[in-house]
Design a protein around this ligand. Structure first.
Ligand code: FES
Length: 127
C-alpha cells in the first residue's frame, strides 16, 4: 500500500504544470452530479461532474483511510464554496480543490486539473 501512495504522490500536478491532457471519455459517460472512475496508466482517477456539467473535478480514487478504491462512488456536495466528496465507507470527506480532509485527521488526497473540450473530459497529468 505504501507503494500505491508513493506512486500517487509522484503524480501530483497543478494546472500550470500539466504536460499531458488525457482524453478520458465523452461528457455523457459521467453521471450528472456524480462520479465515475477512469484509468490512466497505473492510476485510478475519480472524476466528478458537478452542477450538471458546469464544474468538473478529479482526484485519486483511493481513499487513504482504509486504502479502498472507492471515492468515485462517494457522495458529492459542497461546504460553502468548497466542492467535496465523502467516502461511502466511513464518510471521510475531502475537498475536491485542495484534497484536504475536511472532517478528520486524514492524509490529503491528490486532485487533478480537468477541462472539457469538444464534449470530452480531459484530465491533466505531469507525465
Ligand atoms: S475507507 Fe474511506 S472513509 Fe474509510
Amino acid at each position: 500500500m505504501v507503494e500505491i501512495l508513493n506512486s500517487l504522490k509522484s503524480h501530483q500536478v497543478l494546472a500550470e504544470e500539466v504536460k499531458v491532457w488525457y482524453k478520458a471519455a465523452p461528457v455523457d459517460r459521467f453521471p450528472i452530479d456524480g462520479g465515475a472512475c477512469v484509468k490512466y496508466k497505473d492510476l485510478q482517477i475519480a472524476v466528478f461532474n458537478f452542477d450538471s456539467g458546469k464544474e468538473w473535478y478529479a482526484c485519486q480514487n483511493l481513499c487513504p483511510h482504509k486504502m479502498q478504491m472507492i471515492l468515485s462512488r462517494g457522495l458529492t456536495g459542497s461546504c460553502g464554496e468548497e466542492p467535496k466528496v465523502a467516502c461511502p465507507y466511513h464518510k471521510r470527506t475531502f475537498s475536491l480543490k485542495s484534497g484536504e480532509c475536511l472532517n478528520a485527521d486524514e492524509e490529503r488526497i491528490l486532485t487533478f486539473p480537468v477541462k472539457v473540450e469538444a464534449n470530452h473530459v480531459y484530465i491533466g497529468f505531469s507525465r
